[in-house]
Design a protein around this ligand. Structure first.
Ligand code: GDP
Length: 502
């Protein structure tokens, strides 16, 4: 198998209970033999059985550095497919660093980020999509993302892509063989023969591409914007979500207060709430309605939470907000359910129906006097965009949930609704392949375009050798997903993003 022997701290480089220094490569056992001493004396670990654990000390020229457990694993049955040694030491940064230094002094070199996984890839133990899934497992923000990454790690994408590639390679080989030996193999009419299969492959690729939107949400979280009239309870809802016992909160302050984002983990669902600074701090009335800065955020938002004060009457501001939502997935939170109800579910549903209906008549280009200035401007700016959005809007249903941010009632309904709207129960099925990596999505789109061209050539009755160029194009794009055809540069770039020690 060859290659260098590399080493790195594989656990976090921070004080913790246990630290792990990992060594991988042909000299791993030679290195450990030089620095390990068992309690009873000088037993060499290279003579021990594979996949065993040994208790002893790591020494540097006679100095005991730490008391350790050493795991020895012979390749190819290891993560990298090479001989591997893992030293479990005390998890102090100093102890881990000293052990790593000693390992390096005795014949290993410091690993680059992701180099262990790169070895696993280069040694053919995993493909590129599985290597990328390793990082996704580490970075998974919620249990859904974790589940999906583990399924990719087990090879779900590899399997789908390999099946498609094998069929394409078969057809390319057949056409090429016919060109080489036309006397014995005929490719006449081969295009028509494979047309049905090409069409099926295209459908399959399109389906995979269609999972990517959900995939991004799964991986990164649901980009959420909260809007509503002043005092409707936007801050209270946000605080309730942040304050949930189950919530894990991280604040990422941007360059300005307007770009503050908070990530909330609600029972496995990740919400990235943007513009929370706008919700909390601003006194500006338009901002308070949530239409100013929120409008920009809305463009990218996956979800809008529209907070309505059920103890107050609806007014023109609500109408303006509803019109703004027309292209979006939204949930109406009928807040203050602990108070006497003035605005009912039926009233808000009627408002939505009326506003949506009004927009439909004018196909999105209507300028109502009640609309705030920005709304008029944006409608005039891009009628085409509005048109597309209006037609999409008809599919949009806004669930209305009765909650009390003050008492904390109804928040569980929100969780259920989010699961229904974004995860559609599909994630629980382990075999559902979901594209979460944008590199994969782009390559799938390339493959699809190549197949479009194959299809076009078939319909135009082009000669069969014409098909191979685009069949190969599709094959190469798919091969780049699994790494079979990727350049060294691409491979290096992918592993360069990994963390050290992985
Ligand atoms: P925002 O301007 O939309 O961010 O609204 P706030 O969250 O600041 O809430 C405005 C007022 O409504 C505050 O006094 C809150 O305590 C109150 N409030 C918010 N939610 C509820 C609720 O569910 N029930 C009741 N009774 N009051 C609420």
């Amino acid at each position: 198998m060859g290659g260098d022997t590399i080493a790195a701290i594989s656990s976090a480089a921070a004080d913790s209970g246990i630290g792990i220094v990992r060594i991988s490569g042909p000299d791993s056992f030679a290195v450990i033999d030089r620095i390990y001493r068992s309690k009873s004396g000088n037993r060499k670990l290279s003579g021990e059985k594979s996949h065993t654990i040994h208790y002893g000390y790591i020494e540097d020229e006679g100095d005991v550095i730490d008391e350790v457990l050493v795991m020895i694993m012979r390749g190819p049955g290891t993560f990298t497919a090479e001989d591997t040694v893992e030293i479990d030491c005390h998890g102090g940064v100093c102890a881990m660093k000293r052990i790593l230094e000693t390992v390096i002094k005795n014949g290993a070199r410091l690993a680059q980020p992701g180099e262990f996984t790169k070895k696993a890839f280069l040694n053919g133990r995993i493909d590129l999509s599985q290597a990328e899934a390793v990082m996704d497992v580490i970075q998974a923000k919620n249990e859904y993302a974790l589940k999906n990454s583990v399924s990719q790690l087990k090879g779900s994408i590899r399997k789908e892509i390999s099946e498609l590639r094998e069929r394409l390679l078969y057809h390319i080989a057949y056409i090429e063989a016919a060109l080489d030996d036309p006397e014995h193999i005929s490719s006449d009419g081969y295009g028509e023969e494979i047309a049905g299969e090409i069409s099926q492959m295209r459908e399959k690729i399109l389906h995979l591409i269609s999972t990517a939107d959900n995939g991004r949400i799964l991986k990164e979280g649901i980009r959420t914007v909260i809007v509503g009239r002043p005092n409707a309870g936007k801050s209270s809802v946000l605080n309730k979500l942040l304050g949930e016992e189950r919530a894990i909160v991280t604040e990422i302050a941007g360059t300005t207060r307007d770009t503050l984002e908070e990530t909330i983990n609600l029972n496995g669902i990740t919400l990235i709430i943007t513009d929370t600074a706008g919700i909390r701090e601003t006194e500006n009335i338009v901002e308070k309605i949530g239409i100013g800065k929120a409008r920009e955020k809305l463009e990218d938002a996956d979800l809008v939470l529209y907070v309505v004060d059920s103890s107050e009457q609806l007014n023109e501001n609500d109408a303006a907000i509803v019109r703004m939502l027309r292209t979006k997935k939204a949930i109406v939170l009928l807040n203050k359910s602990d108070r006497k109800t003035v605005t009912t579910r039926e009233m808000i549903e009627e408002l939505i129906r009326n506003e949506n209906g009004a927009a439909k008549e004018k196909n999105g280009s209507r300028c109502s006097g009640a609309l705030p200035k920005e709304e008029n401007e944006s409608s005039e700016k891009s009628p085409e965009k509005q048109e597309i959005k209006s037609s999409r809007r008809e599919e949009t249903e806004y669930p209305v949930l009765s909650i009390s941010a003050l008492k904390g009632t109804g928040i569980d309904l929100l969780e259920d609704k989010l699961k229904e709207m974004f995860y559609q129960g599909k994630i629980s099925l382990n075999d559902e392949v979901c594209i979460t990596n944008m590199r994969h999505k782009e390559l799938l789109m390339e493959a699809k375009e190549s197949l479009d061209r194959v299809w076009e050539s078939i319909t135009l009755g082009m000669p069969e050798d014409f098909l191979t160029i685009d069949l190969m194009g599709a094959c190469r794009a798919l091969g780049d997903i699994t790494g079979e055809t990727s350049s060294e540069e691409v491979v290096n770039e992918i592993f360069g993003k990994f963390c050290l020690g992985k």
